[in-house]
Design a protein. Structure first.
Length: 206
């Protein structure tokens, strides 16, 4: 493995006959957060889902030093479980410390809702629960796919802190690198170390 924590080469992905990604290559080093811009439908979310292991590329390869976690605008929670059970389930999969679950709920302002189903959560609360999950899991590589979408004010403050500090000092979490997709160019410039662009032809300019 080189000094890069995440490398991807020649990634390509199609939906039907349309190639959304074409020969996409890039790399991330330690403490690097790359901002990724591009128009709707240019393949940004597809790239992040591939890097997080949620989609398979039709071509190309990925090398990574550890697992990649996605924090997106869709929280991907189980409606049949309570909020606490969702975090317990995630902790079991990612071998996280379940003793921190109560702290995470309190930190994210969800302590009084931990035994409720996400079905009864507002959009902002759902996003905060997704943030609580990532704080609990403490991944080292994070893909942020429009994470501010639907966030309430408290959630935005929390996410601003995570992006600024590359984690949360109170929990001992620091992520090594990541990619931030965000339509707000000011946020990309504020939090990113480098700016990438996905063209309408599905090619990545780094």
């Amino acid at each position: 493995m080189s000094e890069h924590i995440l490398e991807f080469n020649g990634l390509a992905r199609r939906y039907g006959y349309r190639w959304v990604l074409k020969n996409v290559s890039g790399s991330l080093g330690s403490k690097q957060l790359a901002g990724l811009a591009g128009s709707n439908g240019s393949g940004k979310s597809t790239l992040l889902n591939i890097l997080a292991g949620l989609l398979r590329p039709h071509k190309g390869s990925i090398r990574k030093s550890t697992n990649v976690f996605l924090l997106g605008h869709e929280p991907m929670l189980y409606a049949g479980l309570t909020a606490r059970q969702n975090l317990e389930y995630a902790a079991g999969i990612f071998r996280a410390d379940q003793s921190k679950i109560d702290f995470v709920f309190e930190y994210c302002g969800l302590k009084s809702h931990k035994n409720k189903s996400p079905l009864y959560f507002s959009r902002g609360m759902l996003q905060r629960l997704a943030i609580a999950r990532i704080i609990l899991i403490q991944p080292k590589i994070v893909m942020f796919d429009e994470p501010f979408t639907g966030l309430d004010q408290n959630g935005q403050i929390l996410l601003n802190l995570i992006l600024k500090d590359r984690g949360l000092a109170e929990t001992g979490w620091r992520f090594d690198c990541g990619i931030l997709v965000e339509h707000d160019s000011a946020k990309l410039e504020q939090f990113s170390d480098s700016l990438w662009k996905m063209t309408d032809q599905g090619e990545l300019v780094t």
